[in-house]
Design a protein around this ligand. Structure first.
Ligand code: SF4
Ligand code: FE
Length: 479
């Protein structure tokens, strides 16, 4: 299996991050060593899990054959060349969501490179060939990409040219490349990436060509600055009250301070139609992705709640069993629709398979609601101690230990309470709640796609037939 060596191990991935010249700011300070920073490392560990799975028992899901490099690659750099690739993606995301209990950050890049493969194919042979060359390098080096889409957007009633600072755009063209300026927000895993894959975050109109830019650059490129987003209780990371003992998510603001990008890494530049394709295609891919990672996270919260009911001696109570079943039902509902969106895929002329847009949007729309109900049930089952438990460090104090012990209960109870707290309103609530609401588009974005995509006239027509208003042309032979 010599080819497997082409894919990084988790340890190789972590070591590879040390060679970057990353400019990262955390709480007002520039960080000299991001890899070992306590607020950064849990998120690096979660990305590392995407590397580890290619070498462990889940390799059948995590490894794919790439025709571009004619060899096995980590699925997170792979093109969706069949419906099976899309299904396996969601299944792998479920596994990783369960293994890490958080966002493992590598899917935006994967979904983005697939959307860009399609969009550059539509933009013409030269741009597509340039993108494919770059993608081959990503696959060979097994890189982690920051898929950078969302602009700050400012006043949403204004177009980009009316408030250019609120969008990434080209500000100069020179020396065989472009100079870009602006910021991207909500950048999942940006500080843990090797390269930034920058893409427009919305459809653009004539006259807005400077904003229609898709390109790539190493994270250490001169002029790129990252600023770490805060999370609830992020001061607990790495400590006894972390909740999730190993893993965490991450979002950064990425600043582009007149960054020069050579033309061999400029994939779209002013291609308005291709940008429109890119945005729609990416939205479909990423909305179906939530049908994988989120149910995996739900598995962890369901497990923590179940563990607590066992520690409390109420696991067999009928209302407890019913609540656990309800949580599992909601988790499988999300997963089922993510899988269905992948199974009902169709092939684009470029050869990449695209998810069913209706089902992908239904999947993500469920994700804007169901985690809140799952979290509510977990809080119900956990009891008030999830919000009032002292630090686990206090257990160690000899002056307190004996009388304090009953307040903690068993080791399992104390740590499961911290995990429920972490996921429902601690640092883990960023991927468990807010990202579920707004990641891959806020709820209204999915409703807009559903309204535009569904064939309303066909539904009315069928109602007319069955009401006896029109003849039945679909089933004429029955009577
Ligand atoms: Fe992947 Fe889910 Fe994180 Fe998006 S939210 S990057 S799909 S783990
Ligand atoms: Fe996300």
């Amino acid at each position: 299996m010599s080819d497997i060596g082409r894919m990084k191990t988790a340890a190789e991935y972590i070591e590879s991050l040390r060679t970057r010249d990353l400019e990262l700011w955390v709480d007002g300070e520039r960080i000299a060593d991001p890899v070992d920073h306590p607020k950064v490392r849990p998120a690096i560990n979660a990305v590392a899990a995407t590397y580890a799975v290619a070498h462990g028992p889940h390799a059948a899901l995590a490894v794919a054959h790439s025709e571009l490099v004619d060899g096995p690659v980590n699925r997170f750099t792979h093109l969706f060349t069949s419906p099976d690739d899309l299904v396996k993606k969601v299944e792998l995301q479920r596994v990783l969501g369960r293994l890490t209990g958080t966002c493992f950050q590598r899917c935006v890049g994967m979904d983005g490179l697939n959307a860009l493969f399609i969009a550059t194919w539509e933009a013409g042979e030269a741009k597509h060939a340039r993108f494919v060359r770059w993608l081959e390098g990503v696959q060979r080096r097994d890189e982690m990409l920051d898929g950078a889409m969302t602009d700050p957007k400012g006043d949403r009633s204004k177009r980009p040219p009316e408030q250019p600072d609120a969008y990434v755009r080209v500000v100069d063209r020179r020396d065989g490349g472009v100079v870009i300026r602006g910021a991207k927000v909500h950048q999942t895993g940006a500080a843990n990436a090797h390269q930034i894959l920058l893409m427009p975050g919305q459809g653009l109109r004539e006259g807005e060509e400077d904003f229609a830019i898709a390109c790539a650059m190493p994270v250490g490129t001169e002029g790129v600055r990252m600023v770490l987003g805060r999370q609830p209780s992020d001061g607990r990371k790495g400590g006894p009250d972390a909740g999730n003992a190993r893993f965490g998510g991450q979002e950064c603001v990425v600043l582009f301070d007149d960054v020069f990008v050579p033309e061999e890494r400029v994939f779209l530049d002013g291609d308005l139609a291709a940008c429109e394709t890119l945005v729609h295609s990416f939205a479909g891919f990423h909305r179906a992705s939530y049908g994988g990672c989120k149910p995996g996270n739900f598995d962890v919260l369901i497990g923590a709640a179940d563990l607590l009911t066992r520690e409390h001696g109420v696991r067999r109570a009928s209302h407890v069993r019913d609540k656990l079943v309800e949580m599992a039902h909601l988790a499988e509902t999300v997963h089922g629709v993510g899988l269905a969106a992948s199974t009902k895929s169709t092939v684009h002329a470029s050869g990449v398979w695209e998810v069913d847009p209706v089902l992908a949007n239904v999947c993500k729309h469920n994700v804007t609601r169901l985690p809140y109900e799952i979290g509510r049930l977990a809080e119900d089952l956990a009891g008030g101690a999830m919000a009032t438990l002292p630090s686990l460090a206090d257990r160690e104090r000899p002056e307190l230990a004996a009388l304090l012990a009953p307040a903690y209960g068993s080791e399992a109870r104390a740590k499961a309470l911290r995990l429920v707290e972490y996921m429902t309103y601690g640092a883990g609530a960023v991927p468990f709640r807010i990202e579920c609401m707004h990641g891959a588009g806020s709820p209204q974005a999915q409703r807009i796609v559903l309204e535009r995509t569904l064939d309303w006239d066909a539904k009315v027509q069928r109602a007319r037939v069955l009401a006896g208003l029109d003849p039945d042309e679909e089933l004429p032979e029955i009577e």
